[in-house]
Design a protein around this ligand. Structure first.
Ligand code: RB5
Length: 143
C-alpha cells in the first residue's frame, strides 16, 4: 500500500513512529510532513496530503496535528477526500467499512502513540463494505 503522511509540528514524534511501523510492514511511505518542532500551519499539510492522495491511485493518507481536527478539516476541503478523525480502532474500522475513508486523521496531543499505531493498522487492513454504503459515498462525492 502507498501511504501519504503529513503532520504539523505537534505530530513529529507520532509521525516518526508510524513511518517506522509502516516501513517495517513493507508499505511505501511518502512523507510530506514537517520533521522539525518549528511551527507550521496544519491547513497547508492537510491540503498537500489530500491532493497527493487524489493524485496517487490506490493510496491512503494519514494526517496528524495536535487534535487531528484542524488537519482533517483541511484535508476534507480537497475534492474526493474523505478524512476521518479516529481516536480508537473501532472508528478506524467503521470509517473504512462505511465511509470508504481515504485519509485517517490523528491527534498527537490526544492519543498515545501505541494507540495511534493500532488505529493505523486497523485503517489499512479494513476494506470498504460497498453495498448499501456505495450510494451514500456517491452522494458525498456530489456535494
Ligand atoms: C497547533 O498548535 C494546533 O492548533 C494544531 O496542531 C491542531 O491541533 C489544530 O487543530
Amino acid at each position: 500500500m502507498k501511504v501519504i503522511i503529513g503532520n504539523d509540528h505537534t505530530g513529529v514524534e507520532m509521525k516518526n513512529a508510524i513511518v517506522k511501523y509502516l516501513t517495517d510492514q513493507k508499505h511505501q511511505v511518502i512523507n510530506l510532513g514537517t520533521n522539525s518542532d518549528a511551527a507550521v500551519d496544519y491547513p497547508d499539510l492537510g491540503q498537500e496530503v489530500g491532493e497527493k492522495v487524489m493524485q496517487e491511485k490506490d493510496s491512503l493518507g494519514i494526517v496528524i496535528c495536535g487534535t487531528g481536527i484542524g488537519i482533517s478539516i483541511a484535508a476534507n476541503k480537497v475534492k474526493g477526500v474523505r478524512a476521518a478523525l479516529c481516536n480508537e480502532t473501532n472508528l478506524a474500522k467503521l470509517a473504512r467499512e462505511h465511509n470508504n475513508a481515504n485519509v485517517l486523521a490523528l491527534g498527537a496531543r490526544v492519543i498515545a502513540i501505541q494507540n495511534a499505531i493500532w488505529i493505523v493498522e486497523t485503517f489499512l487492513n479494513t476494506s470498504f463494505d460497498a453495498g448499501r454504503h456505495a450510494l451514500r459515498i456517491d452522494k458525498l462525492n456530489k456535494l
